[in-house]
Design a protein around this ligand. Structure first.
Ligand SMILES: [Zn+2]
Length: 289
């Protein structure tokens, strides 16, 4: 699976906003689990019922391993009991001050939190979602040359290893993508320093990529958008991390414009929110909910 994903990345990374969703990430064919019963807590606005149903049927027919795949963002949050750990891959020679590091962390918290907020209504988790707040920790940074990172404190682990393509990579021993069984015994900091997702910031990278491994966008784009209310390419890619699909070649009935239809919206819309909730609805039974 790693090799498969790496090859896909190499081939596809020239395209803007490529998709790296469940079916492509896990090519193994497995029998689909039975469709869960629709929950009583499912109450989307009436005008969204049909398009949401169209989306779910499309997802089910596109990704044979939809129900067997076990590394969605949902699985990360649930495994951690309500938090998420990130590692930043800084694929750039632009220096990063402690202040910039902290601003990146603050932006990541805010933006990731927008998706998590979509699961909460009036202080209560939607449809048995257990967490009204999901803390975002950055446990490490990866960089080619340590001197690019200008801080000297020990608040994050720093990695200078490279992946097979020469990009800075956080230690695989600490990564959920590489240890989906949750065994981080070879991670120097143990489970507390594991990372579920990478925020991969690449100099000159156009568009974005997202999947169970995290999200990749341009370093200039992300640092240039730190003050924006919505870092929308990042938000779109997080949608993929949680299993949401692209809409390059079709639109659900009545829905022209939403974040997961790249280029048509620059924030999480009501339709995105309900697609997100629908994904959870269809996955929650794996957690006994
Ligand atoms: Zn996409």
């Amino acid at each position: 699976m790693r090799k498969h994903l790496a090859r896909l990345l190499t081939v596809l990374s020239v395209f803007a906003a490529l998709v790296m969703t469940a079916g492509t990430m896990s090519p193994r064919a497995e029998a689909a689990e039975p469709r869960p019963q629709a929950a009583a807590a499912w109450n989307p606005p009436a005008n969204l019922v049909q398009p949401l149903d169209e989306v779910w049927r499309h997802v089910e027919s596109t990704y044979p391993n939809l129900y067997g795949f076990r590394n969605y963002g949902w699985d990360h949050v649930m495994a951690n009991r309500g938090s998420i750990n990130y590692c930043v891959r800084w694929e750039s020679d632009a220096p990063v001050s402690a202040a910039l590091r902290d601003r990146i962390h603050a932006a990541l918290k805010k933006q990731f939190g927008k998706w998590m907020s979509a699961m909460v209504d009036n202080g209560t988790g939607h449809n048995a979602w257990p967490y009204t707040n999901v803390p975002v920790n950055i446990v490490g940074w990866a960089v080619k040359n340590r001197s690019t990172l200008q801080w000297t404190d020990n608040s994050v682990d720093i990695y200078t290893g490279l992946d097979s393509g020469g990009a800075p990579q956080c230690l695989p021993d600490c990564g959920r993508f590489f240890h989906q069984d949750g065994n981080y015994s070879r991670c120097p900091g143990g489970a507390a320093r594991h990372y579920d997702q990478s925020l991969w910031l690449t100099k000159g990278f156009q568009g974005g990529a997202g999947g169970d491994w995290g999200q990749r966008v341009g370093s200039e784009y992300f640092t240039g958008a730190l003050n924006q209310e919505n870092i929308h390419i990042y938000l779109h890619e997080v949608g993929h991390t949680f299993g949401l699909d692209d809409f390059y070649d079709w639109s659900p009935t009545g829905q022209c414009c939403f974040l997961m239809k790249a280029g048509s919206a620059a924030q999480i819309t009501d339709f995105d929110k309900w697609m997100f909730r629908d994904f959870w609805r269809h996955m929650k039974s794996r957690y006994g909910l």
